[in-house]
Design a protein around this ligand. Structure first.
Ligand code: SAM
Length: 417
C-alpha cells in the first residue's frame, strides 16, 4: 500500500490515538498545480546524512575503528536545579502520551509500507530533474540573509511570471517588486515564478511575502502586511545553545518578541495563534508569564511534533534531558479587540489538546506545514487568512514574513509534475 492509496494528501490519522502521521512533501505539493516538492531535497538530512552506512556491513570495506570511549547520554535529572525539575515534571506529564502515540503509530498495519514507499520516493526523486531549465538562472541556491546585507540589496528586484500550461513556459512578466523590505504578492489563482538575484522561486497561488529583518520592520509590520489575520503562526529564532553551535540562522533575544505587534496584525474578531517553542523551561516560563500575556493570548492546547527516523523510531531516546525527540506548538486565542465583536463572533472550535504529529524531519528546524490542519479552528465566519512570522517558505493564500521567506521556494526544491 502506498501513500497514494492511504493518504494522498500526506495526512494519515492514526487509529486509537490523538495522533497523525504526516508526509510534509505531499502536504506541500497539494498546493501546486504544476510542481511537486522533491522528497530528496525535503528529507536531505534524514535520509542522506544520517542514513545507514552500508559499507559498515561489508567486512572488506570496514576500516579499523579506533576505540573511542563514548560519553553515554544519560537521562540526567538534576533535581537540585529548580528549572530542570520543572522541565522534568512537564516531560513526565506527557511522556506516556507520546509513548502511546508512538506505539499506536508503529502498530498501524501499513506502517512499514508507508515508510518504505517514502524511502523509495526519496531515492527516486534524487534521480529526477528539478526545475532549473524553466529559467536559466544557475543552479546555486541563494542565501537571502547574506544577500540582504550587501550594499546593493536595495537595488535587487523580483519579477513575477505566470506559468503557462503543461509546457511550463513562463508568460510575459506580470510585475516587478523590490526584493527586500517590500510586500510581494502573487495575486493569481495559480502559482507563479519569480526571478530574483540569480535564482528562480515558485510562489503558490495568492501568496504574499515580506523579506526583511526584524530590526528594520518590527514597528511597521502591520502597515506592510495588513491587520486582518485570523491565524498567526510564529516560529522564532529562539536563543539556543544548539542553534549557536551549528549556526543555521541568527537568533533573537527572547525579549525582542515582546515587541512583535501581534495585536495590530490580528483580525479585530480575534485570531488563532500558534507558537513553536523548544523544551527549555526558561523559555516556557517566559512565554507563559510574559509573552502570551503581553500579546493577549490565552493558551488553549499544546500539540507535540514527534520526530522519527526513516525506520519509524524516535530520533533520540525520549528521556534524554536536553535533547528531546519532540517539539511543542502552543495554540491559543487572541480575543476580539472589542466587547461588541465578541458577541457577534461564535466561539471558535478549539483545537484538541495533546495532539501528536509524527513525521520524519526535513532541514534543520523545518516544521511540517500546519495551515490545512488548523484551518478548522480559526475564529470568525471566514476562511483562514494566515500569516507566518519568521517563515522560510510560502503557502497558498497566506503571507510569510522573515529574513528568508523564499529559502525553500527556490526551484531546486521542486520538480515539474
Ligand atoms: N518555521 C521555519 C521553517 O519551518 O522552516 C523555521 C524558522 S527558524 C526557527 C527562524 C527563522 O527566523 C530563520 O529563517 C531565521 O533566519 C529567521 N530570523 C533570524 N533572525 C531574524 C531577524 N532578525 N529578522 C527576521 N528573521 C530572522
Amino acid at each position: 500500500m502506498s501513500w497514494d492509496e492511504l493518504a494522498p494528501d500526506g495526512v494519515y490519522p492514526i487509529a486509537g490515538a490523538n495522533a497523525l502521521f504526516l508526509e510534509p512533501c505531499r502536504m506541500i505539493s497539494s498546493a501546486y498545480a504544476h510542481y511537486f516538492a522533491l522528497p530528496h531535497r525535503y528529507y536531505s538530512r534524514s535520509f542522506f546524512l544520517r542514513h545507514h552506512d552500508h559499507s559498515a556491513d561489508n567486512p572488506q570495506t570496514q576500516l579499523p575503528q579506533k576505540k573511542r570511549k563514548r560519553k553515554r547520554k544519560k537521562p540526567i535529572h538534576n533535581h537540585s536545579n529548580p528549572k530542570e525539575l520543572l522541565a522534568e515534571q512537564r516531560h513526565q506529564g506527557i511522556r506516556q502520551f507520546i509513548l502511546d502515540a508512538h506505539q499506536a503509530f508503529l502498530a498501524i498495519p501499513e506502517v512499514s509500507d508507508l515508510l518504505k514507499s517514502l524511502e523509495d520516493l526519496v531515492h527516486k526523486s534524487k534521480g529526477s530533474s528539478d526545475c532549473e531549465e524553466i529559467h536559466d538562472t544557475g543552479t546555486d541556491m541563494v542565501d537571502f540573509v547574506k544577500l540582504s546585507y550587501v550594499w546593493q540589496s536595495p537595488f535587487y528586484d523580483i519579477t513575477l511570471f505566470g506559468v503557462q500550461g503543461s509546457s511550463l513556459r513562463s508568460t510575459a512578466p506580470i510585475s516587478t517588486f523590490p526584493l527586500f523590505k517590500s510586500t510581494v504578492e502573487n495575486n493569481l489563482h495559480k502559482e507563479s515564478i519569480g526571478i530574483c538575484a540569480g535564482t528562480t522561486v515558485i510562489l503558490p497561488e495568492k501568496s504574499r511575502f515580506l523579506m526583511s529583518d526584524f530590526a528594520d520592520t518590527w514597528r511597521t509590520l502591520a502597515s506592510h502586511l495588513g491587520n486582518d489575520y485570523n491565524f498567526i503562526l510564529i516560529d522564532p529564532p529562539w536563543e539556543n545553545k544548539s542553534v549557536h553551535r551549528h549556526a543555521p540562522y541568527s537568533t533573537l533575544p527572547n525579549k525582542y518578541l515582546l515587541s512583535l505587534p501581534l495585536k495590530d496584525l490580528a483580525n479585530h474578531q480575534g485570531a488563532l495563534i500558534g507558537l513553536w517553542v523548544t523544551n527549555r523551561e526558561k523559555l516556557w516560563t517566559f512565554v507563559e508569564k510574559e509573552l502570551f500575556p503581553a500579546w493577549g493570548v490565552n493558551l488553549q492546547a499544546i500539540w507535540y511534533w514527534l520526530k522519527v527516523k526513516s525506520d519509524g523510531q524516535m530520533i533520540t531516546e525520549l528521556d534524554i534531558s536536553h535533547h528531546k525527540p519532540y517539539e511543542c506548538l502552543l495554540l491559543g486565542y487572541m480575543l476580539p479587540h472589542h466587547k461588541k465583536d465578541s458577541s457577534q463572533v461564535p466561539p471558535p472550535k478549539v483545537p484538541p489538546d495533546k495532539q501528536v504529529l509524527i513525521s520524519i524531519p526535513g532541514d534543520h528546524s523545518r516544521k511540517p506545514p500546519l495551515a490545512s490542519l488548523l484551518s478548522a479552528y480559526v475564529p470568525g465566519h471566514d476562511q483562514m487568512r494566515g500569516l507566518e512570522l519568521f517563515a522560510r517558505d510560502l503557502h497558498p493564500g497566506c503571507t510569510s514574513w522573515g529574513n528568508e521567506p523564499l529559502r525553500f521556494q527556490q526551484t531546486q526544491y521542486f520538480s515539474k509534475r
